[in-house]
Design a protein around this ligand. Structure first.
Ligand code: ATP
Ligand code: MG
Length: 452
C-alpha cells in the first residue's frame, strides 16, 4: 500500500499547498490553510469501488429500530430523546471545570455494569479518574480505563466495547497528520476516524469538546456536522445548577434541556425544577417578571431580571444574558414607540435567572413587563406571571402550549396571569384557580400590571 502524505487545503478556495503558509497563495485569505492527510492518486485508482447503489421505492426500505440504553441519569436520557442510541456519536461541550468529565464518569460507571465500557482519558491520568470515581462514591470495577493521546491505538482496545468515552477530542491526535493535537485538521481527522468506527462497529462514543471564549465548540464546524448529537453543558461556575442543552440531535427534540445540580457527590438530576429559575426576593424590587417558558417537553417558570440606569456615556449600553440581544433591542423599540418609554438615555441590562436561555417568542411579553417595571420603578407582584409574543405594532400574539403554561403557574401557586387575548379560550378552564387577564396590546398589559 502506498504511503499517505499530508497536504494543506485552503478552507475558502480549496487550493492545495505542500507546506503551511499564513496566506493562501490562491485566494489571498489569511489563516485558512488546514492540514489534511491524502492518499496518492494511484492508490485511489487502485482502490476498487463497491457495486453502485440502486434506487428503490421508499416502501421497500426496511429499517432497524433504534436500540436505546439508559445512561442511569434520567435527565440525560431525556435530552438524548429517550436514551442512548447504539452506534451514535455524542459530543458534550462546555466551559472548563463545568463538570463534563464528572458527568461522563458517572454515566460510564453505570453503563460498565451491563456492557463493556472504555474511558479513553487523554487529559487526566488513570489515577485521577479513579480518584474522581471514588469521590463520587462509584465503584466501577468493570470500567476499562486507558490514558493515551494517540487515537490510532484506540482501535485495538475496542474489542467487545459498546460504549467509549473520549476525554477530550482536542487532546487526542492521529499519526497521519504532523500538526499538534487540538488543531483544526487534527480534530477533524480524529472525529472522522471515530465516526467510521462508530458506524461500522456499532460503538457509541461520548466525546468531550472544549469551547472557545465565545462559547462555541472549539475546532472546525464539521465536527458538529459529523456528530449525531451535540450537547452543551452550561451554567455559572459559581452556581450549582447546570443545564444540559441539545443543539443538534438526530434522534430527538433539540428543544429538550436537562437540569442538574453539581454537588460534592457528583452531578444529580433535578427533577423538581420548579423554583430553580426563580428568586425568593422577587416582587420586592422593580425590574423582574416571571414567565412560564416551554423548553422541550417541559414548562418551567423563569424569572427575567432587568436593570435600567442612567447612562454615563454618549451611547447607552445594552447587555443581555440568556435573552437574544436583537430581541432586546426590538422590544425596547416597541416600548419606546408604542408605550412612550424613552430608553435612549438609559443603560439596559437583562438576565434570565439560573443561566437558562430563553429563545422562544412567548417570553416577549415578560421581557416587556420586566423592562417597564424597571423603567417605572414599580415592582410586579410576586405571584403574577406573564407570557405572550409581542409584534412590532405592540399587539400581543397568541402562543402555543397555553394550557400547559397556565397549569404550571397554578401548580406553583401563582394568583394572576396575563396572557394573549387570543389564547383565552384554552386557558378558561383554569379561571376558578387563577385570575386570568387577557391582553391585546403591550400598553394594556402595563396599565393592568401597575394599575395606572
Ligand atoms: N473534591 C471536590 N469536591 C467537590 N467538588 C469538586 C471536587 N473536585 C472537583 N469538584 C467539582 O468538579 C468540577 C470539575 O469537574 P470536571 O473535572 O468534571 O470538569 P470538566 O468540565 O471535565 O473540566 P475540564 O474541562 O477541565 O476537563 C469543579 O469545578 C468542582 O466544582
Ligand atoms: Mg475534564
Amino acid at each position: 500500500m502506498a504511503k499517505t502524505f499530508t497536504q494543506f487545503v485552503c478552507g475558502e478556495c480549496g487550493g492545495i499547498t505542500h507546506s503551511w503558509m499564513g496566506k493562501c497563495p490562491f485566494c489571498g485569505k489569511f489563516n485558512t490553510l488546514v492540514e489534511e492527510s491524502a492518499a496518492p492518486a494511484e492508490t485511489k485508482k487502485e482502490k476498487k469501488r463497491d457495486a453502485p447503489a440502486k434506487a428503490k421505492p421508499l416502501s421497500e426500505i426496511t429499517y432497524e429500530r433504534y436500540d436505546r440504553t439508559s445512561s442511569g441519569i434520567s435527565e440525560f436520557d431525556n435530552v438524548l430523546g429517550g436514551g442512548i442510541v447504539a452506534g451514535s456519536l455524542i459530543l458534550i461541550g462546555g466551559d472548563p471545570g463545568i463538570g463534563k468529565s464528572t458527568l461522563l464518569t458517572q454515566i460510564a460507571a453505570h453503563l460498565s455494569e451491563e456492557s463493556k465500557t472504555l474511558y479513553f482519558s487523554a487529559e487526566e491520568s488513570c489515577s485521577q479518574v479513579k480518584l474522581r470515581a471514588e469521590r463520587l462514591n462509584l465503584s466501577p470495577d468493570k470500567l476499562l480505563i486507558i490514558n493515551e493521546t494517540c487515537i490510532d491505538d484506540l482501535e485495538d482496545e475496542l474489542d467487545g466495547v459498546r460504549f467509549c468515552v473520549i476525554d477530550s477530542i482536542q487532546a487526542v491526535y492521529t499519526d497521519d497528520l504532523s500538526s499538534s493535537s487540538g488543531s483544526v485538521g487534527q480534530v477533524r481527522e480524529c472525529a472522522t476516524k471515530l465516526m467510521r468506527i462508530a458506524k461500522s462497529r456499532g460503538i457509541t462514543f461520548f466525546i468531550v469538546g472544549h469551547v472557545t471564549k465565545e462559547g462555541a465548540l472549539a475546532g472546525p464546524k464539521v465536527l458538529e456536522h459529523i456528530m449525531d448529537t451535540v450537547l452543551y453543558f452550561e451554567g455559572e461556575n459559581r452556581e450549582n445548577f447546570r443545564i444540559l442543552r441539545a443543539v443538534k440531535n438526530r434522534f430527538g427534540n433539540v428543544q429538550e434541556v436537562g437540569v442538574f445540580e453539581m454537588t460534592g457527590e457528583g452531578i444529580i438530576p433535578v427533577t423538581d425544577y420548579s423554583g430553580v429559575f426563580l428568586s425568593e426576593s422577587r416582587g420586592e424590587e422593580a425590574g423582574s417578571a416571571v414567565t412560564p417558558s416551554q423548553t422541550g417537553a417541559r414548562c418551567m417558570n423563569v424569572e427575567i431580571q432587568t436593570l435600567v440606569c442612567k447612562t454615563n456615556f454618549g451611547q447607552p449600553r445594552r447587555m443581555s444574558l440568556g435573552v437574544d440581544y436583537n430581541k432586546l433591542a426590538l422590544l425596547l423599540a416597541v416600548l419606546e414607540k408604542r408605550c412612550g418609554m424613552n430608553f435612549s438615555a438609559y443603560d439596559v441590562y437583562i438576565n434570565a435567572m439560573g443561566g437558562i436561555k430563553l429563545n422562544e417568542p412567548a417570553c416577549d411579553l415578560a421581557i416587556c413587563a420586566a423592562l417597564a417595571s424597571a423603567y417605572t420603578g414599580k415592582p410586579i407582584d410576586k405571584y403574577t406571571a406573564v407570557f405572550g409574543e409581542v409584534g412590532l405594532t405592540g399587539e400581543v400574539r397568541a402562543v402555543s402550549y397555553c394550557e400547559k403554561r397556565v397549569a404550571e403557574c397554578v401548580k406553583m401557586g401563582f394568583r394572576k396571569i396575563l396572557l394573549p387575548a387570543k389564547n383565552m379560550k384554552s386557558a378558561a378552564k383554569y379561571a376558578d384557580k387563577i385570575a386570568i387577564v387577557p391582553v391585546l396590546y403591550v400598553n394594556t398589559m402595563i396599565k393592568n400590571l401597575f394599575n395606572d
